[in-house]
Design a protein around this ligand. Structure first.
Ligand SMILES: [Zn+2]
Length: 164
């Protein structure tokens, strides 16, 4: 009755969608992904938050140019090396991958058992988890499982074909 009253007089909106929205950083990174990856990233975020994991999506898609610029850090540009991948050699160049960060309020936590917990949730949703990669374990990394290699992805991009 009371909720009806508030709705009638415009104090609260009538719910029009059950889709959850996340923090601004997560939302802007989700928006860089392909539609199929956006849907999965939302499902994943919702499941992690429901499990009490305080995480955000801190990285989404990078263009080849942005990747090349990152690759230059610590090589032809000053600063530390931040990536092993040139443009076209990172899963982040194809709209299907994202990285998460665990946060304590606004403080980023780089090491936490919660990354592995998020990994289990991601895998239960059919995602590929970077924490499973032998030799290059990357716990914050998640992506669609498509059965493609990076070479396949580059070839599809070069031909103007869809990735997912
Ligand atoms: Zn990543």
């Amino acid at each position: 009755m009371f909720a009806w009253f508030l709705r009638l007089f415009g104090f609260i909106d009538t719910p029009t969608s059950t889709a959850m929205t996340f923090d601004a950083r997560t939302e802007s990174n989700i928006n860089t992904l392909l539609p199929a990856a956006q849907a999965k990233a939302r499902e994943f975020m919702e499941a992690c938050l429901a499990a009490g994991i305080p995480l955000k999506i801190i990285c989404g898609t990078r263009t080849y140019e942005e990747q090349d610029d990152l690759y230059a850090h610590g090589r032809t540009k000053p600063g530390p090396i931040v990536t092993r991948a040139r443009g076209g050699y990172s899963w982040h160049n194809f709209g299907i991958a994202w990285d998460v960060g665990i946060f304590d309020g606004i403080r980023y936590i780089g090491e936490s058992p919660l990354y592995a917990k998020a990994g289990e949730i991601g895998k239960s949703l059919g995602l590929e988890w970077g924490g499973d990669w032998p030799g290059i374990e990357d716990q914050p990394h998640f992506q669609l499982k498509l059965g493609l290699t990076l070479a396949n992805c580059r070839e599809r991009v070069a031909k103007g074909e869809a990735i997912a």
